[in-house]
Design a protein around this ligand. Structure first.
Ligand SMILES: Cc1cc2nc3c(=O)[nH]c(=O)nc-3n(C[C@H](O)[C@H](O)[C@H](O)COP(=O)(O)OP(=O)(O)OC[C@H]3O[C@@H](n4cnc5c(N)ncnc54)[C@H](O)[C@@H]3O)c2cc1C
Length: 414
């Protein structure tokens, strides 16, 4: 059995710790924060096998350029000469084609379905229970163009074996009678689910601590020493940690961790915001995605969680109130009876989605070294894919065969 050191205690790091510990490995997790409020906490909690199309699509390029000129739009790229952003943009453009979308669909679907199954199992384990609800997600649209795109997507999803149904506005009203609608219709992604990420993360931490996994908070990895194709030790300022195997699960900070090893991990932090409103849950039981506005609304912890926007920029702590206004104002356009108040800045959460340029996660060994494994780049789907990523990381370290092919997720892929 191996001594394993995981850098990063988000959903990917903790899920890896969970499956590695279960397999008998001796696990330590280091995190530079206190593991209470990162990207894996305030997200929309959606488990999304329906999202078999990566971010890099031909339509996204045109739409992204249009959005860039609107301060309330859901997508923004800060123009800059940052070499990482330039490499990211070039790769994004290269991959934004129908062939890539087609090639990604099966690997993404397999990864998603595996993860959903694992969450179903985990939710039933003693001490877990993180409000997993399997009512699907409704993707609402207002325009003919979105209706056509979504119908096409639903058809493709069904051909992949995913349960999806195109609904009229009247059908939607039957499903959620308390929700006033101003939409053309929706696709019901029946294959999807949702959960409380805060409860899931808290349960994982509690379980891992009780199981004897060493979770070390406020320990930033600042240096990594390697020789002969192997990582020998990692340092956090003056503290030193050694292991047989190392996992890079640093979310949006993974490129900086990779740099300590001279490994290029191409991703950009995609900042998004969320806020909770306490007493609206009776209005909505099935989570909603607003197709044109790119907003997510999830019943959670006795209220509704609203989330959205994607800002590609350097990691920073600024809250762009205009983008939050964009989320708030889009909601009554779809649901006239639902008018969330603009939250105070202190009540707005933000997180950084670790977004790879081609929209696929990085899961696997790097070619340059024998003992680090990369597990990051899950972008908008890190929660959804977290459990399966952890299981696969364990298979890589344990030297057992992975239950699905991970070739598409190779960290050194083109
Ligand atoms: C608004 C919003 C809504 C979202 N909704 C959904 C959703 O509905 N469904 C879904 O699947 N996904 C969603 N996501 C995406 C999802 O939250 C992320 O993909 C996921 O949380 C990433 O997990 P991670 O473990 O890779 O990274 P993180 O959670 O960011 O964890 C990485 C950890 O590494 C630590 N770290 C970094 N550098 C170092 C270092 N040098 N030393 C030690 N530790 C370090 C960090 O402190 C951090 O705790 C959403 C994201 C946002 C912003």
């Amino acid at each position: 059995m191996a001594k394993v050191l995981i850098i990063g205690g988000g959903i990917v790091g903790l899920s890896s710790a969970y499956y590695l510990h279960k397999a008998g490995h001796q696990v330590t997790v280091l995190d530079k924060g206190d593991m209470t409020d990162g990207c894996s906490y305030g997200n929309a909690g959606m488990i999304v096998p329906s999202h078999f199309v990566p971010l890099a699509t031909p339509g996204m390029v045109k739409q992204g350029i249009r959005w860039m000129f609107n301060s309330k739009s859901p997508f923004y790229v800060k123009p800059s000469l940052n070499p990482q952003l330039i490499s990211w943009g070039l790769k994004f453009l290269k991959k934004a084609n129908a062939g890539h979308v087609e090639r990604s669909a099966v690997p993404l679907t397999e990864l998603s379905l595996l993860s959903k199954k694992l969450y179903e199992e985990l939710d039933k384990e003693p001490g877990f229970g993180f409000d997993l609800v399997e009512k699907g997600i409704l993707m609402f649209y207002k325009t003919e163009k979105a209706a056509e795109e979504e119908a096409h997507m639903a058809q493709k999803g069904c051909s992949l074996g995913l349960d999806m149904e195109v609904l009229s506005a009247a059908d939607c009203m039957k499903l959620q009678p308390n929700l006033q609608l101003d939409v053309l219709g929706a696709v019901h992604y029946k294959c999807d689910a949702h959960l409380s990420p805060n409860k899931l993360m808290a349960a994982l931490i509690k379980y891992l601590k009780a199981a004897g996994v060493n979770l070390v908070a406020n320990k930033e990895v600042t240096k990594i020493e390697a020789s002969g194709g192997k990582v020998k030790r990692v340092l956090s300022f003056h503290d030193e940690f050694t292991a047989d195997e190392y996992i890079v699960a640093g979310g949006s900070w993974s490129p900086a961790i990779g740099k300590l090893l001279d490994i290029k991990i191409l991703l950009m932090p995609g900042k998004g915001y969320s806020f909770n409103i306490k007493d609206h849950q009776q209005i909505m039981q099935i989570p909603a995605l607003l197709a044109e506005a790119r907003v997510a609304i999830t019943p959670m912890n006795g209220g509704l969680r609203y989330g959205g926007t994607m800002e590609l920029d350097k990691i920073n702590n600024r809250v762009n109130m205009n983008r939050v206004k964009g989320i708030v104002e889009s909601v009554p356009e779809y649901f006239p009876g639902l008018k969330p108040a603009l939250p105070a800045e202190k009540d707005i959460w933000f997180g950084f989605r670790p977004s790879s340029a081609d929209g696929l996660p990085y899961i696997g060994r790097s070619k340059s070294f024998n003992n680090p494994t990369i597990a990051t780049g899950h972008g908008t789907m890190g929660l959804s894919l977290g459990a399966a990523t952890g299981l696969l990381v364990n298979a890589i370290i344990s030297g057992t065969s992975t239950s699905i092919s991970i070739e598409a997720f190779a960290p050194d892929r083109d």
